[in-house]
Ligand binder design. Structure first.
Ligand SMILES: [Mg+2]
Length: 308
């Protein structure tokens, strides 16, 4: 028995009025996740705008990293009334597009993702296949399925993210492209589940990525969290971050505390999303945060900026 943190140097600290000054002195930049921290898919989280403003008022730089390439977060920031610059936000479609641009990728990319994800890649000059969604049903015949698999040596990458219209044949075709060792295998979000409002569960792309890894015998290159690339390459290059003076704030133990570990950042867990305090008792001790707070909306009061 015993909590996971008994195996670590110190337990996660609840952020309080007593320790908030010490906390604030430990970082210049805060990198924040979005879903579950700033909003949930169906509703907002109270006082988030004030929480973000309290960090800016204290002179902290705030950057945003999300695994969600389905809907760009910019409209949500607008609705929140919190101004962000385009280069202060990154999600896998942006990071993968920039990566392909940087390496001078000129081949076609076979993409299992939503249309916004593909558009982001197209905007960086990537030729995306399949070019158009088709609603055609596959003939239920092995010969027809085999005839639908076309060897295309011009496909230089299989890229996988959340694809809400994923089909059996997409997985079959991706597996066949991945047979060629020169075809890159890049993945954005790897979340297995997305559980938020009303206890409903959405499947993330993690299950399908594992299927493709098993079927192809390949290991995907992870661009989304908990991989470090969105922070340690994209944001680092643009904003020249000092990881020793950067903290990551998120609601997921695996993705958010994981990316903080991968990049050497301090860790703040918020309990407004997918993790509950009791989960800290059983999680991998490596994923324990340094600090936790119920919601970023509680920050102004802790900092003495709200209420009397
Ligand atoms: Mg989240």
């Amino acid at each position: 028995m015993g909590a996971a943190w008994t195996k670590t140097k110190r337990p996660p600290l609840a952020l309080t009025k007593e320790n908030v000054d010490d906390f604030m002195q430990q970082f210049d930049t805060i990198v924040s996740d979005c879903d579950g921290v700033l909003w949930t898919p169906l509703r907002g989280i109270p006082h988030v705008k004030e929480g973000l403003e309290s960090l800016r008022a204290a002179g902290k730089k705030i950057l945003f990293v999300t695994n969600n390439s389905v809907i760009p977060p910019f409209r949500k920031f607008e609705r929140l009334g919190f101004a962000v610059q385009k280069n202060e936000v990154v999600y896998p479609a942006i990071a993968i597009g920039r990566y392909l641009e940087k390496i001078g990728f000129k081949k076609k990319a076979f993409v299992l993702g939503v249309e916004h994800f593909k558009d982001e890649l197209r905007s960086r000059g990537v030729a995306v296949v399949p070019d158009k969604r088709t609603s055609d049903l596959m003939e239920e015949d092995l010969g027809a399925m085999l005839r639908a698999i076309h060897e295309d040596t011009d496909i230089g990458a299989v890229i996988v993210d959340l694809d809400v219209n994923l089909t059996f044949m997409d997985l079959v075709k991706a597996t066949n492209h991945l047979k060629r060792p020169d075809c890159m295998f890049l993945v954005g979000a790897t979340d297995s589940f997305v559980t938020f409002d009303e206890g409903k569960i959405l499947l993330g792309p993690g299950h399908f990525i594992r299927t493709l890894e098993e079927c192809s015998g390949r290991k995907a290159e992870l661009i989304g969290k908990p991989g470090p690339m969105m922070v340690s390459e994209y944001l680092q290059e643009i904003h020249n971050l000092n990881m020793d003076r950067t903290i990551f704030m998120g609601d997921s133990l695996v993705q958010d505390m994981g990316v903080a570990n991968a990049c050497g950042m301090k860790k703040l867990l918020v309990l407004s999303g997918m993790t509950q305090l009791k989960d800290l008792e059983t999680c991998d001790p490596e994923l324990l945060p340094d600090y936790y707070i119920d919601s970023i909306g509680d920050l102004p009061a802790l900092l003495g900026q709200r209420g009397a």
